[in-house]
Design a protein around this ligand. Structure first.
Ligand SMILES: NC(=O)c1ccc[n+]([C@@H]2O[C@H](COP(=O)([O-])OP(=O)(O)OC[C@H]3O[C@@H](n4cnc5c(N)ncnc54)[C@H](O)[C@@H]3O)[C@@H](O)[C@H]2O)c1
Length: 252
């Protein structure tokens, strides 16, 4: 007998992923976390499989995982590839090799993994939910004023991945709508984290918050709530949406 699970999360061991898992666990959901690292507290409803989304043979690996686990009704991706890959990826400095690599390891993998779950849902008449993670920078350009007085640089690679995800969501929603499958993305603004050195930079904090009507950064809890909503019946008529959660950053 296969292990039943309600939801698969890719990148669940990270800042946002952990919070999504905690929220779904509090609703008694059975969760499978696919990540390259496992740092979450043990819980009888939480399962872990080591999985590298950037590997070449992701479909074979997924097939072997789902010989043990049931396919889920909800798939969430909140992965973030190796951040060192994003160094020197500004509009002016990006090289073809670097861009190809990032698009392959992050955007292409996200599309292929999402399609894996979408086609299973379609074939098995599961009216499921696929929820991907984009960013405000999948919707608007990076505002260089935010980086004034800091060493932070823009990353065209990041914005291309994120706008690609937002567009994939719309096209997949159109394609899979007739099967009752919803496909959406969440577009967070900056999420406060003491582990992120940007949040130790006074200029970055001041510059960024000057653009946010709610005058604070998001917490991972603020962001996780959106996945609970999109992954539930409360969002039954919502598909193809890039749900912005940014305290109003993108309004002006
Ligand atoms: N944190 C923010 O301020 C913010 C803002 C906007 C959008 N986002 C988006 O939210 C998502 C999650 O961000 P986060 O801050 O939680 O990131 P994070 O770095 O804390 O977590 C990312 C997770 O992905 C996992 N991961 C890395 N490479 C992997 C691979 N090859 N295969 C499988 N798993 C892998 C990591 O182990 C980690 O658990 C990202 O897509 C990010 O772009 C974050």
């Amino acid at each position: 007998m296969k292990q039943k699970i309600d939801l698969v999360i890719l990148g669940g061991s990270g800042l946002i992923g952990k919070e999504i898992i905690n929220k779904f666990l509090s609703l008694n959901k059975l969760i499978l976390n696919l990540d390259i690292k496992n740092n979450l507290k043990k819980n009888n409803n939480l399962f872990f499989k080591k999985f590298d989304m950037s590997a070449k043979n992701i479909k074979d690996h997924l097939n072997s995982i789902f010989r043990i686990y049931n396919y889920p009704k909800v798939f969430i991706d909140c992965s973030y590839i190796d951040k060192t890959l994003l160094k020197n990826t500004s509009v002016e400095k990006i090289s073809k090799d670097k861009l190809d690599l990032i698009l392959e390891k992050w955007l292409s993998s996200t599309v292929i993994i999402s399609n894996y779950f979408l086609s299973y849902m379609k074939k098995n008449k599961i009216e499921g939910n696929v929820i991907l993670t984009s960013s405000i920078y999948g919707l608007v350009a990076q505002d260089y004023n935010v980086y004034k007085g800091t060493k932070i640089t823009n990353s065209i690679a990041y914005t291309l991945v994120k706008s690609g995800i937002n567009n994939f969501v719309k096209n997949a929603a159109v394609n899979y709508g007739k099967f009752g499958i919803k496909v959406n993305s969440v577009c967070p603004g900056g999420v406060y984290s003491l582990k992120d050195r940007n949040f130790k930079n006074k200029n970055f904090i001041e510059n960024y918050l000057s653009k946010v009507p709610l005058k604070r950064f998001a917490t991972s809890k603020d962001i996780a709530n959106a996945y609970i909503f999109l992954g539930s019946d409360k969002s039954s008529y919502i598909t193809g949406v890039n749900l912005v959660i940014d305290g109003g950053y993108t309004l002006t």
